[in-house]
Ligand binder design. Structure first.
Ligand code: ADP
Length: 995
């Protein structure tokens, strides 16, 4: 209904003015005509009826008068006379009726009609009063016939007598009138009226039409004119036709058109001027743009050339440092060379960034597509960053589809660069929590992939997100101070992604973390990915995954389920043990348990110990996942009965192989021997660089004992003084630490003022070397705090604090003095300057005391020191690897077979770290047999490869005569020698593979 109503309204809105006018007028005329017709017809009808009634009544009255005698006498002749006197077309029946209503005589005027003989309402009937009744087509009159005596009997009766007498009823005249004629006349008149109305209506419509046109013509012209004006045709003027409102409108319209013409002209003129100006400016801009582009290109080319020029000598520095590392260096030298290598690496990264950036800017970076495996790329990137992830105690998860191979055709190198940049940022800016790297979406048909890197780190402020992808842009300036960086990584990544047909986007909440997502359009994707062929060993095996980290549990669940194993999950040690017991009671024990090492309340090793020691539990195979590759935990894990120790991030293939291997082994409880491929297999999966770093770190931890022989010759008054070095820059830390150690000092490092204060509370230092500019808490503030603490302390002792700072900041000396620092050493300083400063500030009595202590220690360790000195001397004479031994192995090589020397070196590198650990462990636990077995195994393996010096050290360790004190001292030498041998063997391996 509403719809129809509104559609009529809509239609009406569209109708023109003339039509509306016509419609309204015609409607009014029609209405008038209808009202007129109806009222005329109704009047006509009433008039005719009254007429007929009067006529009928008069006839009946006249007849009643004339029939008095006939009725009285009932004489048929008189009766007929009365009946025959009447001749009226309207009468259809006439009868003379007695008093009792019986008919005396009657006459039918129209044969076919049945007259209306009864009265409709008899109750109204007064005997002597005339009455009438009617139906549709007839009207009945009953007029009483009354006697008058004078008329009947004495025609001379007096008037007064006749009035005084009551007339007597003799009968009735019954007269029926036919209304058909009246109806016919009524219809005739109706038709006539209708005809007249129609003629009037037609005339009115015609008149309206003509008039409306006349009235609305000026408006139509006006509309037409406005249309033309709207389309810019301003030459149209209206003719003034009258003086009324329309005349006023026309005048105004014409005035408006005049105004418009004038302003149009002005605009045109202005536009022409403007165009000329724009033309001039555009030409100037084109020239400026060309100039800017040329300058920009020149700048980028210069940067590229410069970066390249810098890279060339850098290669030399790095290469030589690498070579230096592979020569026979003592631990300190090795450490220095490593620092050069590390600093060089960082410098190279920055140079590479600048080179990439300038290449992109100059439009010279091209995408190099080839086929590669996405899974490998992701897992390699995760492996490369395992070290910082581990050291920050974070969890790194890689979420990929389950296919073993995800082959795509694209630029592998650039994708790796983007991933590494986003992942290292995520690690850098996250202190606790997870980093999740996922392949969110891949479309088979067009090889479009979406990746994301999510962290739970510091997040980025909304206002800074807008320009975070611009070059040299960092979230805020304090970020640079605290985390370092050039602000180029994201700019390069986003441009590389754009080159690969995608876009880098960011979602971040400050304090909540960030998600960087990007889409890459690869050339193709291998649709039919290879799938794992699930061996019997895995099929239907029951595995319990124990991990507190939900994401890890989910990933493992997905992976393991796809390998057709039956999985249960536990989020802590206690529920894991309950589940194992319950499964055993229900006779569906677990075949294997995957334990995370780091869990709250009870760590993985503790869980394993409980499982193994509980006599009620038939021990399942135990596999541990840990981020710690080389620490004591792997040994602890072994002792706790854990068969395999996988290093996170675990490669899918490594996990698959490990499970297949372990589940194929019948014996559940036996540990594998140290020589087997368990720990070593996984350790091998760590990149060589990280492996090397870890060994070096280990060496540095035990350096004091290992280096004491060398320190004897350097004995001076600074020997064994305890120095706190407060420095945030890693390289500066290493340099100062190295110099201090050369001077014989014991050094502890704090990365900022806050850490320094913590150490100050715990350790009794002799002197503090304090950098001034540091994140979190700077040196000035830390010194002030220490001075304040000294004042409140019961046994006040003044701590010498020496400021270390680059001599760049004006007034820094004053600041240091004000804070309570004792002296000022400007960076870079050399050993002599440092030595002088220390000697000056450390009191003679303290130095004397330290010197005495040293003497006592030296005497007690005399024997051990002697043997180490012998070894150290020997080390200088022996080559790291005897070429002859290697050549002997090479001589066994048969053509067409894999290189035998490469194989042996690989086996050695795989298995020896575990032996090294066992030796360390055995010395710690003073376990003679364990020490003998491991040292013996390493001795012979090393001798085979010509690592004579290392072999000799092992020989001393295996000897039943040498004490554990000597063994403890020897561990440092052993590790150092092993590290050197390992590096030499890796170089040999590289050479062999290159060949
Ligand atoms: P930089 O070498 O400084 O890290 P990038 O271009 O990689 O350069 O990053 C620019 C800045 O973006 C960083 O300095 C940091 O402020 C911010 N940023 C990048 N990634 C993250 C992240 N995952 N969490 C918080 N801030 C980030």
């Amino acid at each position: 209904m509403i719809k129809t109503g509104s559609s009529i309204k809509d239609r009406l809105k569209k109708v023109g003015l003339t039509t509306k006018f016509n419609l309204v007028t015609n409607l009014l005329v029609a209405l008038t005509a209808i009202v007129l017709t109806t009222s005329m017809v109704s009047i006509e009808q009433t008039t005719r009826k009254i007429e007929l009634l009067n006529r009928g009544y008069s006839i009946a009255q006249v007849l009643a008068k004339f029939s008095e005698f006939a009725l009285y006498s009932e004489d048929s002749e008189s009766l007929n006379l009365v009946l025959n006197t009447l001749d009226d077309k309207a009468v259809s029946y006439l009868a003379l009726v007695r008093k009792d209503k019986t008919v005396l005589a009657e006459r039918w005027f129209i044969e076919s009609t049945t007259p209306l003989l009864a009265f409709v309402n008899n109750s109204q009937h007064l005997i002597d009063a005339p009455i009438y009744s009617e139906n549709k087509s007839q009207i009945l009159f009953m007029v009483p016939v009354l006697s008058t005596r004078s008329t009947l009997f004495d025609g001379h009766m007096l008037e007064s007598e006749s009035n005084a007498q009551t007339p007597e009823l003799l009968g009735y005249v019954r007269l029926v009138l036919n209304t058909t004629q009246m109806e016919q006349l009524k219809q005739k008149s109706l038709v006539t009226v209708l005809m007249i109305v129609l003629v009037i209506f037609a005339g009115a419509t015609l008149l309206t039409f003509l008039l409306a046109r006349k009235i609305t013509r000026p408006i139509a012209e006006f509309v037409e004119a406005t249309k033309k004006v709207a389309f810019g045709q301003l030459d149209k003027k209206l003719q003034k036709t009258n003086d009324g409102e329309l005349g006023e409108l026309t005048r105004n319209f014409n005035y408006m058109v005049d105004q418009l013409q004038r302003s149009n002209l002005a605009v045109k003129e202005h536009q022409e001027n403007l165009e000329n100006k724009v033309e001039e400016r555009t030409q100037a801009l084109v020239v400026a743009k060309d100039l800017a582009e040329t300058a920009n290109r020149a700048k980028s080319e210069f940067l590229a050339a410069m970066s390249h020029e810098i890279r060339t000598p850098m290669n030399g520095v790095l290469g030589m440092a690498e070579l230096l590392i592979s020569t026979n260096l003592n631990a300190r030298q090795l450490h220095f060379a490593e620092t050069i290598l590390k600093s060089g690496d960082s410098l190279l990264t920055i140079i590479n960034d600048i080179l990439d950036f300038s290449k992109i800017e100059a439009g010279k970076l091209e995408i190099d597509n080839h086929q590669f495996d996405l899974r490998k790329l992701f897992e390699d990137a995760a492996e490369l960053l395992a070290e910082p992830v581990l050291s920050k105690g974070l969890e790194l998860h890689i979420q990929l589809p389950l296919e073993p191979l995800i082959l795509v055709e694209g630029d592998e190198v650039r994708l790796r660069q983007i991933l590494l940049n986003l992942m290292s940022n995520a690690i850098k800016f996250t202190e606790t929590g997870n980093i999740i790297v996922s392949l969110i979406e891949s479309k088979n048909d067009n090889a479009r992939f979406t990746f994301s890197v999510t962290d739970t780190g510091i997040g980025i402020d909304k206002s800074q997100q807008a320009h975070i992808f611009e070059a040299f842009s960092q979230a805020d300036r304090s970020t640079t101070r605290q985390y370092g960086g050039t602000g180029l990584g994201l700019a390069i990544s986003s441009q590389l992604i754009a080159l690969m047909g995608g876009e880098l986007t960011l979602e971040s909440e400050i304090g909540q973390g960030s998600t960087f997502s990007f889409t890459v359009q690869f050339q193709s994707r291998l649709v039919q990915a290879e799938s794992w062929s699930i061996p019997e060993e895995l099929n239907g095996k029951r595995i319990l995954v124990v991990d507190d980290n939900e994401v890890n549990r989910e990933i493992l669940l997905l992976q393991l389920t796809s390998w057709q194993t039956i999985i249960e999950l536990a989020n802590d040690g206690l529920s894991a043990i309950m589940k194992i017991k319950k499964a055993q009671q229900n006779k569906v024990p677990f075949d294997l348990v995957i334990l995370d090492w780091h869990m709250p309340n009870m760590d993985g090793i503790e869980v394993a110990e409980i499982i193994v020691s509980d006599s009620e539990i038939k021990t399942p195979k135990l596999v541990m996942l840990s981020s710690a590759a080389f620490d004591e935990e792997s040994c602890r894990a072994k002792n706790a009965g854990i068969q395999r120790y996988l290093i996170k991030p675990v490669k899918q293939k490594a996990l698959f192989d490990c499970l297949t291997y372990e589940l194929a082994q019948p014996d559940f409880t036996q540990l594998e021997s140290a020589e087997s491929h368990d720990t070593a297999t996984e350790i091998q999966s760590i990149p060589h660089k990280i492996l090397k770093n870890r060994l070096i770190t280990d060496n540095s931890c035990v350096k004091n004992s290992g280096e004491s022989g060398a320190s004897v010759s350097n004995k001076n008054c600074l020997q064994n003084t305890s120095i706190l070095l407060v420095e945030d820059n890693l390289v500066n830390q290493e340099v100062a630490k190295g110099l201090l150690e050369i001077l014989g000092c014991n050094v502890q490092i704090a990365n900022n003022g806050k850490e320094a204060l913590m150490l100050y509370h715990k350790v009794d230092f002799d002197l503090i070397l304090m950098d001034c500019h540091m994140p979190i808490m700077d040196g000035i503030e830390a010194t002030k705090e220490i001075r304040a603490l000294e004042k409140t302390s019961d046994n006040y002792q003044h701590m010498p604090i020496i400021a270390l700072t680059a001599n760049v900041q004006h007034g820094i000396e004053q600041l240091c003095n004000d804070a309570g620092m004792d002296d000022y050493l400007s960076k870079p300083f050399d050993r002599k300057q440092l030595e002088k400063m220390l000697q000056h500030w450390l009191s003679t009595s303290l130095l004397a005391k330290r010197a005495d202590e040293f003497e006592t220690i030296a005497l007690a360790n005399d024997d051990a020191l002697k043997s180490i000195a012998v070894l150290n001397n020997a080390a200088l004479e022996e080559p790291i690897l005897q070429r002859k031994a290697l050549d002997n192995i090479l001589a066994l090589h048969r053509p067409g077979m894999p290189n035998i020397l490469a194989r042996i070196i690989t086996i050695y590198l795989d298995s020896s770290p575990a032996l090294l650990f066992t030796i360390q462990q055995a010395v710690k636990e003073t376990d003679r047999d364990k020490l003998f077995n491991a040292a013996h195994a390493l001795k012979s393996a090393s001798a085979n490869l010509g690592a004579v010096q290392l072999s000799k050290t092992c020989q001393i360790l295996e000897s039943k005569e040498s004490s554990f004190e000597v063994a403890t001292e020897l561990i440092g030498t052993l590790k150092r020698e092993y590290s050197t041998v390992e590096n030499a063997l890796k170089i040999e391996l590289l050479r062999l593979t290159d060949d």
